[in-house]
Every structure is written in structure tokens, then in C-alpha cells.
Design a protein around this ligand. Structure first.
Ligand SMILES: Nc1ncnc2c1ncn2[C@@H]1O[C@H](COP(=O)(O)OP(=O)(O)OP(=O)(O)O)[C@@H](O)[C@H]1O
Length: 263
């Protein structure tokens, strides 16, 4: 800049330099992007129907490698938070960012590669467990697929139409295995509500711990064990985060969370 002011360089070369520098910086951002810190501006708002705002004053930070559990009554807006993150919808006000970059400025294909989703009811087709897991990454080797966890009847057993031959716990573990195979940096998990026995519960928790290791995980949580293990719990009511903290902190506070807990 000084060289331009003193007349030693032309404005044209300064413009060329800035363009060149922006291109390099852009490229570096794509290469080094950790895709791990999720944050929002203070004023994020969202409405499906403009007359009825749903998400209000959303203030959210999820730190790299940490598990954030979202809890709240039905219809409080938990799934909508995940939809905003994944850009199925954009906020009406404010913005959500990953590593400080507004998700609206990240290429959609890149964003969806960076975030893995474990849905409550995964779509399963009538093939083997191995084939259903491979669906997440068609070029995966057999070794890569069996690396994650064990299934009682083995990887070659058929799951049946829509997974009817699997137990609720196996369906959840299969959905987790798919995302482990995808290996994204961020995971959004909509935890199934189905009750499972203690042994299955322990297996699901083991799979979840592996999933959360080194990843930022955002869980719409229903299981006690998941909530207790989370690094941070967000309590959502009518689209607002009304409390946040660890399980111990929130219980000690004696507010909304402790009421949810005793219900
Ligand atoms: N696509 C949509 N169009 C219009 N309204 C919607 C849409 N999706 C959700 N809603 C409404 O927004 C509100 C919040 O829904 P959301 O699914 O985010 O809640 P939730 O806390 O995840 O509920 P649950 O625990 O039952 O899954 C609900 O009143 C719901 O009916």
C-alpha cells in the first residue's frame, strides 16, 4: 500500500496483489478448515411460518471434539436447530458458523460432507448388515466396515425390509456405523427413543463414545446416559435456550433441567 501511495507501484498491481492474496487465503481456508467449532450470532431467529417465530435469540457454541446434548419437551425446536446447522433451512435473522465461517458461504456439498447425521429412523434396505453400512461409502473395503463394532448374527445376516429383522439397538448401531464409515468432523445425532435392555444400552453408549471421539457432536438426547456424559447440555423451550451447563451444574441450579429430570 505504501508503495502505491509513494507512486512506486500502480493501483493495478495492488488490485492484482489483493486478488491473488484473497485466492490464496481462500484456498488455505478450504485446506486447513477443521470444520469443528460451531457457533451462532446472538440474534439467530427462525420461523417456518413468519407469523409464528420458532427459534429466538439462539446463542450457541459447540467446541471442537465436544458433545453437546440438546434436551427439551416435544415441539420445543430441537430438530429445527439441527436443520439450521445442516442448511435444510436458513435463519431469518443472524447466522450460524462453522470455524467462524457463515454456513451460507460454505459450498453445500462440502458442508454436508463435513456433517454426518445419525437419524432416529435410518433408511435400511433389504440386504445384509455389511451392505447397509457400505451404503455410506460405496468404495469402503470389507475390513473398513467390520472395524467398528460387532453384530450378534454377523455382518452377512439380512436385515429384512426396512430393517424388520433387527432389534432397535442394532438399528441404532448400524446408523452409527454408517457415520463412522463416512468419518465426518461434525455429527448431528437424533437419538432414538425406543427402550433397550441394559446390555444393548451399554453397546450403544460404546458406539457413541467412539463416534464422539475427536468429533464435535450435537445430540438431540433422550437417553440418560448420553445426557450425563455430554460436555454441555442445552435446555430448549419454545425455540430458546433457557439453560446450559453440565449435568451436575444444571441439577444444582434447580431450574428447568432439574424439573425435566424429575418428571
Ligand atoms: N417443516 C415444518 N413446517 C412447519 N412447521 C414445522 C416443520 N417442522 C417442524 N415444525 C413445527 O415446529 C415446531 C418445532 O419442531 P421440532 O421438530 O424442531 O421440535 P422438536 O423439539 O425436535 O420435537 P420432537 O422432540 O417431537 O422431535 C413444532 O411445533 C413443529 O410442528
Amino acid at each position: 500500500m505504501l508503495l502505491v501511495v509513494t507512486g512506486k507501484k500502480s493501483v493495478r498491481s495492488l488490485v492484482a496483489f489483493i486478488t491473488y492474496w484473497s485466492a490464496i487465503k481462500g484456498a488455505v481456508k478450504r485446506i486447513t478448515g477443521l470444520y469443528q467449532t460451531i457457533s451462532s450470532t446472538l440474534n439467530v431467529e427462525f420461523a417456518y411460518d413468519r407469523r409464528k417465530p420458532l427459534i429466538k435469540d439462539l446463542n450457541l457454541v459447540a467446541e471442537p471434539g465436544k458433545t453437546v446434548a440438546v434436551v427439551g419437551t416435544t415441539g420445543s425446536g430441537k430438530s429445527t436447530l439441527v436443520k439450521l446447522l445442516f442448511r435444510l433451512y436458513d435463519p431469518c435473522e443472524g447466522s450460524i458458523a462453522i470455524d467462524g465461517q457463515d454456513v451460507r458461504h460454505v459450498r453445500l456439498s462440502g458442508l454436508r460432507r463435513a456433517i454426518g447425521i445419525v437419524p432416529q429412523n435410518p433408511t435400511l434396505f433389504n440386504g445384509t448388515i455389511r451392505e447397509n453400512i457400505r451404503y455410506a461409502r460405496l468404495d469402503a473395503t470389507d475390513e473398513q466396515i467390520v472395524d467398528f463394532m460387532e453384530f450378534q448374527d454377523g455382518y452377512e445376516s439380512k436385515v429384512g425390509e426396512g430393517g424388520v429383522r433387527l432389534s432397535g439397538g442394532e438399528v441404532q448401531r448400524l446408523a452409527i456405523a454408517r457415520v463412522l464409515l463416512e468419518n465426518p468432523k461434525i455429527v448431528a445425532l437424533d437419538e432414538a427413543t425406543s427402550a433397550v435392555d441394559t446390555l444393548t444400552e451399554a453397546e450403544i453408549q460404546k458406539a457413541l463414545q467412539r463416534l464422539g471421539s475427536g468429533r464435535t457432536m450435537f445430540v438431540i438426547a433422550h437417553r440418560l446416559s448420553t445426557i450425563v456424559r455430554a460436555h454441555k447440555i442445552l435446555v430448549v423451550r419454545e425455540g430458546k435456550i433457557v439453560e446450559s451447563g453440565t449435568h451436575g451444574e444444571l441439577l444444582a441450579k434447580g431450574g428447568e433441567y432439574s424439573q425435566l429430570w424429575t418428571q
